[in-house]
Design a binder for this molecule. Sequence first.
Ligand code: NAD
Ligand code: TYD
Length: 348
Amino acid sequence: MKVLVTGGAGFIGSHVVRRLVTMYPEYQIYNLDALTYAGNLENLKDIDTSPNYTFIKADITDASHIQELFETHAFDKVIHLAAESHVDRSIEDPLAFVKTNIMGTMNLLNACKSIWKGEMQDHLFYHISTDEVYGSLGIDGLFTEDNSYSPNSPYAASKASSDHFVRAYGETYDLPYIISNCSNNYGPNHFPEKLIPLFINNIIEMRPLPVYGDGNYTRDWLYVIDHAIAIDTILHNGKTGETYNIGGFNEWKNIDLVHLLCELMDDTLSRKRGTSASLITYVKDRPGHDKRYAIDASKINTELGWKPTVTFEEGLKATVDWYLNNKTWLAQVTSGDYKDYYSKMYTS
Ligand code: NAD
Ligand code: TYD
């Protein structure tokens, strides 16, 4: 079986590629990635000489190249992760998100539709999406698969749009698809623009920790390897035409999470307790900031038997240890353009 993973050099994609390459030596795994600022082949250097792994440098916004690649390789299944993924960047440049997340997804759908014509049932387009498409929750309740979409950021709107097109291609052209909507991931190889890796990096460097607004925003955190296991489970056992919500049953207010991380980092770095917390700085809020996300993951749990394998404390400790043991990776991704990004976003 030939499985195409798009965005496999990114954070979640690299964990998905590693899992499929190592668990299924009989499959051919193709990693298609444009290597934007978020894509990094270093993430896969432990498996990149495996005989069942192939890297393809390509941009999903290039329709004719994508069509040509589908003609050449005849992929059986697609797991689509390639995307612009950071909410703050989507506020600065929404069109980049329309281009990659909507147009890029359309190019993949069109290639699948034309190449798989007449034998649709042997194939699968598995679209990786986010809980952010559902909008924001109040103080209680959970997102189920039946929630209506109500995206609030340009990122969430672009992901919602791509989800709708995937479903529409299923209804209109019989394209076999599955969509999963996952909560916030954390773990090794996470680009230090998102909350947890940004704050780990800033604590190492003793830089301010910019908490948006009052810090009382809630997210549901899942260890990235547990997301990769869920994707593997859905790829093999998920029902075509279904949506699965994936989450960690693990809600944290940002400010409580930041305090937990500060204490863990103080202990790990043998710094006096309170050292990292003294870096906390409340800054201007993100516009359109969603108050709370929380996933009801009971469908994937009861129908497919998936549940997270690590606790938040275990996952966070493993994550902090990974960053401290991979300072070259961190130095590489925070050189060059990252410095411009940081000063643009965090120096008012
Ligand atoms: P990421 O930003 O770390 O990685 C994205 C990858 O896509 C990078 O390797 C990048 O080079 C590649 N890419 C970007 N534009 C491309 C293009 N035009 N053509 C080809 N490749 C391109 O993102 P991530 O956090 O790993 O997220 C992966 C997917 O999972 C996304 O679709 C995202 O919406 C979804 N998701 C992420 C989270 C999360 O917490 N990070 C949660 C739920 C869902
Ligand atoms: P983020 O990691 O960007 O994920 P998302 O916006 O997709 O949930 O942000 C997680 C939470 O942390 C969110 O409520 C915004 C907040 N946040 C900060 O307070 N400061 C920061 O510097 C960043 C990047 C995020």
